[in-house]
Design a protein around this ligand. Structure first.
Ligand code: AMP
Ligand code: GLY
Length: 436
């Protein structure tokens, strides 16, 4: 039964995450139509691998006004900014079924001080910390840490509010700048100082209904622009899943000690969490999972691989979570691997140069098992051109991680635009150095 209930889904956002979500929602048996707003050049037409009779298109407009016009059966919100601004509360008040956290629950990502206080109260293992609000307190609070602390602006900073300081002096300068300067605006009115943790990072996503969670396979992101984790931080240059770092035993501990404990804590505090709880974890050399951060949405580019290691009706999973009655059997974790290589514009992350025509998309898409998710792209009449720092997420499926890796890089090599940047070592940590 291809279009059982003929559900219409509205996806809010414009990145690679939203393209990957839109494709997975469109492929869901219960869905007939997906509208993405504002979307990008990739979300304007049904992909060839989704069978006919379904439609994918872009729309313009703001959350509530758009929902009133489109009358979707389900709204899925991609980015953190509208979530922390309360778009889910607005949509729900008006009777729309909207997947994502309430504004109060979204504070788990919106305020790092809120998250740290919450973690301490509910016994989530996380780094020792201090919250500072006055410039005059910075020096003495920083010196209380034996090793130089990590400095974090309290609010949302699009991934730019964290300084991993190499010395106490650097930490003091960073914290003073955040509190005293205007660069971080309201987000920098409070600063969290945090013990620096060592180990390997992993991202664990859970689809939550307020009480229960469906935990997805662990993924690993590559945040620095350069091979071997060098150069400045980016939004993420590539991912793979499942991440072998997270063994079955560790995954079970993360489910119980991080995800379920957080859900119970949020419910006990009167803020039940519905939506995607994305735990950024540091696995210590002794194998202990420590919570670095919570995000209240799907990761980008984690989503690009996660959508390729599940089968079933993803739309039904999200709709059931939004209703508060999670249907965990709606999807199954597939016995597959996926790897995503981000192609970025020249000058990214500092000053991306945009407007270059993109060639070779069709050839890459001819490869079986390849999905090319658009991020910063737009259609210029005849051509697809670059329109954002991260341009495309070239993603491949494979029976093994090595297969997914080979296929993703084969596809990435077929796509060209002036000054194309990519990392050559996505997945190297799991595959061993010989792949580089
Ligand atoms: P966040 O936005 O909190 O995830 O921080 C961004 C990045 O900074 C993380 O992905 C880590 O690489 C790093 N980071 C954050 N907190 C810590 C910490 N306590 N110890 C070591 N690295 C950290
Ligand atoms: N890839 C990290 C994030 O979405 O926050």
């Amino acid at each position: 039964m291809e279009t059982m209930s003929g559900r219409k889904v509205l996806v809010l956002g414009s990145g690679g995450r939203e393209h990957a979500l839109a494709d997975a929602l469109l492929a869901s048996p219960s869905v007939a139509e997906v509208v993405v707003a504002p979307g990008n050049a990739g979300t304007s037409a049904r992909p060839a691998w989704v069978s006919g009779g379904k439609s994918l298109r872009c729309a313009t407009g703001e959350g509530l006004e758009l929902a009133r016009r489109e009358r979707p059966d389900l709204v899925v919100v991609g980015p953190e900014v509208p979530l922390t601004a309360g778009v889910i509360d607005e949509l729900t008040r008006e009777g729309f079924l909207a997947y994502g956290p309430s504004q109060r629950a979204a504070a788990l990502e919106g305020s790092k001080a809120f998250m740290k206080d919450f973690a301490a109260r509910h016994r989530l293992r996380t780094a020792h910390y201090a919250v500072v609000t006055e410039v005059e307190q910075v020096e003495s609070r920083v010196r209380e840490f034996e090793q130089p602390p990590v400095v974090k602006a309290d609010g949302l900073c699009a991934g730019k509010g964290v300084v991993v300081a190499e010395s106490h002096a650097e930490a003091i300068t960073a914290a003073r700048e955040m509190l005293g300067g205007h660069r971080f605006g309201a987000a920098g009115r409070r600063v969290v100082l945090e013990e620096r943790l060592l180990g390997a990072e992993a991202s664990v996503h859970a689809v939550c209904d307020g009480e229960r969670a469906f935990v997805l396979p662990a993924a690993q992101d590559h945040k620095r622009i350069g091979d071997g984790d060098t150069g400045p931080n980016t939004g993420g240059m590539g991912t793979y899943a499942p991440a072998p770092l997270i063994t079955a035993e560790l995954a079970e501990r993360i489910r119980v000690e991080v995800i379920e404990r957080a859900l119970a804590g949020m419910a006990a505090d009167g803020n039940p969490f519905r939506g995607t709880l994305f735990a950024g974890l540091m696995i210590s050399p002794a194998g202990e999972p420590h919570l670095l951060e919570f995000n209240v949405r799907f990761g980008d580019p984690e989503t690009q691989v996660l959508m390729n290691v599940i089968d079933g009706d993803f739309a039904e999973l999200l709709a059931s979570a939004a209703r508060g009655k999670l249907a965990p059997d709606a999807i199954q974790v597939a016995p597959r691997h996926a790897l995503c290589v981000v192609l970025a514009a020249p000058g990214y992350p500092a000053t991306p140069v945009l407007g270059a025509p993109i060639r070779g998309l069709e050839r890459a898409l001819e490869l079986d098992g390849v999905r090319v998710y658009h991020a910063g792209t737009r259609s210029d009449g005849a051509h697809t051109v670059t329109a954002g720092g991260r341009v495309l997420g070239v993603t491949a499926r494979g029976a093994t991680l090595a297969e997914a890796h080979a296929l993703a890089y084969r596809a990435a090599a077929l796509i060209e635009f002036d000054g194309k940047q990519l990392r050559h070592d996505i997945g190297a940590r799991a595959l061993g150095p010989e792949v580089r």
